[in-house]
Design a protein around this ligand. Structure first.
Ligand SMILES: [Mg+2]
Length: 445
């Protein structure tokens, strides 16, 4: 810890905090298996962007956001607004970014399968890196900057995917014959209930997950509902189950299959599209509804409350504008009786560390959080891959995020980015390579 930052000026006030001197934006591509979802197929690489801030006194802070060349460019264009800013002045930093980008409403997302709003991504990247620096300066973990730790370990859920056989990366649809354990299982196909159960068993054996989620919206709902009952048969009534059809079902389909699933589901995630449709389904079912699609920003909250569109909001600090905004969301959920849990995209350990610090600070944590982490095999932090025990990750205790950038790995993953030619996520294009003519549909069944 550097003492100088807390020196007082002659008139007894604290000096300003460290200021941002450098901003490094590094797009990376991490190996990702051929996972199926409502929007199509994962490419052989998932894109992430690693952001590093360096202060005038040489302290480094890092963050990770979903990779998208448009957001990277906007972030680079924000340099002039950010260089020289005191890392403690997060309200001021957000204000200048709002002035540049405006507060984009969720409506601007439209039916796009994932969030590409600039302000929330950019502020999330800068805020998390600043909090990492503030933590290092004050000698406290990020969780303490969010009000302090309410739990030592943060539980995550198994996240199952229908998938084609294949490892992703250079192997794409090929298999690495040397792979063992989960690394072997993650290459296997999962296209029917029996293969989904096999995937779940291998993932839970490796990571110890105590809850299970299936990414649906891939096959006819009958097949996906059968997979849920197969999971129930395999794991028994003590393992909470969830399915996420990504809003591809009609209201009628959601009510029909939702009723059938009522005895076995912990919650049903985004069965239908839009708050009004979600409210209609919610009225017809006893099972709680969760969303990361119909209520995805603060602008959506008034209508969510008026319509009662969901029971649980799946937050995501990358999409809600940072960790402190997620704490604000937790307060709103508490006030209006919403549960709060966490959504995930393919990610590495810097995002996971931020999710764990946030998860440890939330007032309540009734549901195990989502994570794609088991599907990734690369890492960009010096400590290597995070360890899960009984499905949970221990909250880092070191100052800041508690993870450090592995510069050699960063360079290799950036080279992957340059070599793979991807600049944004497009699962529809990837799916068309396997099924020519396939097209995304916002509602399918
Ligand atoms: Mg979802």
């Amino acid at each position: 810890m550097k003492q100088s930052e807390f020196d007082l000026t002659q008139d007894g006030r604290r000096k300003t905090g460290p200021t941002i001197r450098e901003i490094h934006i590094t797009p990376i591509a991490v190996v990702d298996p051929p996972l199926l979802n409502a929007a199509g197929l994962h490419a052989p690489y998932a894109l992430r962007t690693i952001v590093e801030l360096v202060t005038d006194d040489g302290i480094s802070g890092i963050s990770e956001i979903p990779g998208n060349s448009g957001i990277d460019a906007a972030l680079a264009e924000s340099r002039d607004l950010l260089i020289g800013k005191d890392v403690f002045q997060l309200n001021e930093i957000r204000r200048v970014l709002v002035n540049r980008f405006g507060t984009e409403t969720a409506a601007q997302r439209g039916e796009a399968p994932w969030d590409q709003r600039k302000l929330v991504h950019i502020f999330s990247a800068i805020e998390v890196a600043c909090l990492d620096i503030i933590g290092k300066v004050t000698g406290r973990p990020v969780v303490d900057l969010l009000g302090g730790k309410l739990r030592d370990r943060v539980p995550f859920s198994a996240y199952l995917f229908y998938k084609y056989e294949g490892a992703g990366g250079k192997l794409a649809f090929g298999i690495d014959p040397e792979a063992q354990g989960w690394a072997a299982a993650r290459q296997a196909s999962a296209l029917n209930p029996a293969e989904i159960v096999a995937q779940a068993k291998a993932m839970c054996a490796e990571f110890g997950f105590q809850s299970i989620k299936l990414k649906g919206g891939v096959f006819d709902p009958r097949q996906e509902v059968d997979a849920m009952f197969a999971l129930r048969d395999a794991f028994g009534p003590d393992v909470p189950l969830r399915i996420d059809p990504n809003a591809l079902w009609t209201v009628e389909t959601a009510i029909r299959y939702g009723r059938e699933l009522e005895p076995i589901l912990e919650y049903l995630e985004d069965p239908v599209r839009g708050q009004a449709n979600m409210a209609q389904v919610r009225n017809a079912l006893k099972t709680p509804l969760a969303t990361n699609m119909c209520t995805t920003s603060f602008e959506d909250i008034p209508a969510s409350i008026a319509l009662s569109s969901e029971d649980i909001i799946l937050s995501d600090h990358h999409f809600w504008g940072g960790l402190r905004a997620s704490i604000t969301l937790a307060g709103i959920c508490e006030t209006f009786g919403r549960g709060l849990s966490m959504h995930s995209n393919s990610h590495l350990g810097i995002s996971l560390a931020a999710m764990v610090h946030l998860g440890a600070a939330l007032p309540t944590l009734p549901y195990a959080l989502d994570t794609h982490y088991p599907w990734q095999s690369d890492e960009v932090i010096t400590a290597g891959r995070f360890h899960f025990e009984d499905g949970a990750v221990a909250v880092p205790q070191e100052p800041g995020l508690g993870v450090e950038l592995d510069r050699k790995a960063l360079a290799q993953l950036h080279q992957n980015y340059l070599d793979c030619g991807l600049t944004k996520r497009d699962d529809e294009v990837e799916m068309q390579k396997v099924q020519p003519g396939w097209g995304f549909r916002a509602v399918r069944w």
